[in-house]
Write a protein that binds this ligand. Structure first.
Ligand SMILES: N[C@@H](CCC[C@H](N)C(=O)O)C(=O)O
Length: 278
């Protein structure tokens, strides 16, 4: 059966967005993997499905699946694309704030203009059990053995799990091994999205993310939020930070622990298509 989709991206993190407002689709991991294939499928980092809200309070629900078919609780670049998609569908006005429901809870979105969206990403969660991360107590930094090295990491949940590693050189060859190794580390029982962050100034950082279920991506919205949360909690950055990723730039605003964190960035339509595979 033909399945209509919108191909979109947020700073190069790309998506197929499916209109499931008339009822959730029965998607299985094998068909998602087939659609995600960059040679024989549509090609995307994540599949997003826009569905009726399940909480009675939000305008819509959005489901998130990685390219390997695994589900996730949150997607920062994805939720901006969902908001832009809703605006294009005529159900969300420019400048209007709406609550949408992710698998990990509600977030508020505001389409600033035709391709820029601000999202209230909620309060970052540092308690290890809620990330989930195996550690005896909550800390600003943890030592972890990865691929024969001891790394200093921060750990946080933005609705999905993140490890953040501060580095001097984002192009260091060792990161190609450390990213996948940390993403699969057994101290993160559900896996983890691994961000390597280079500080340029208290208002400006660079970031590369190896994503759980999708590998290296050109941008990770929750990864940018996680980098901000870890660095700001350590007192190493200001309350507004520009995050440069390989595919684009995001602005993250966070006063500090216990407060809500805001992300602003682009959401871009590429084309509309029809998936004819099974
Ligand atoms: N690209 C996303 C995050 C997508 C989900 C992630 N790979 C996970 O498994 O948690 C973003 O922009 O946040």
């Amino acid at each position: 059966m033909a399945l209509r989709f919108s191909k979109m991206h947020g700073s190069g993190n790309d998506f197929a967005v499916i209109d499931s407002r008339s009822g959730a689709l029965a998607l299985n991991p094998a068909s998602i993997r087939a659609m995600a294939d960059r040679h024989t499928g549509i090609g995307f980092d994540q599949l997003l499905s826009v569905e009726p809200a399940r909480d009675g309070a939000s305008a819509f629900y959005y489901g998130i699946w990685n390219a390997d078919g695994s589900p996730s609780g949150q997607c920062g670049n994805g939720v901006r694309c969902v908001a832009a998609w809703l605006q294009r569908a005529g159900v969300l006005a420019i400048g209007e704030t709406a609550q949408v429901q992710s698998p990990s809870g509600p977030v508020a979105v505001r389409v600033v203009d035709a391709n820029r969206v601000t999202v209230d990403m909620g309060v970052p969660v540092f308690e290890p059990a809620r990330i989930p991360f195996n550690a005896t107590q909550m800390a600003d930094r943890y030592s972890i053995e990865v691929d024969g090295q001891t790394l200093d990491i921060g750990a946080v949940s933005m609705g999905n799990p993140h490890a953040v590693v501060v580095v001097d050189d984002l192009l260091a060859p060792a990161l190609a091994r450390l990213g996948p190794a940390l993403t699969a580390h057994t101290r993160f029982p559900e896996g983890v999205n691994t961000g390597f962050v280079q500080k340029l100034s208290p208002q400006h950082v660079r970031l590369r993310v190896h994503e759980r279920g999708s590998g290296w991506t050109l941008a990770c919205g929750t990864g940018a939020c996680a980098a901000m949360a870890v660095l700001r909690r350590r007192g190493e950055v200001d309350a507004q930070v520009r995050v440069d990723l390989p595919g684009g730039t995001l602005q993250i605003d966070w006063v500090g622990p216990g407060e809500r964190l805001w992300m602003t960035g682009p959401a871009t339509f590429v084309y509309e298509g029809e998936w004819l595979g099974d």
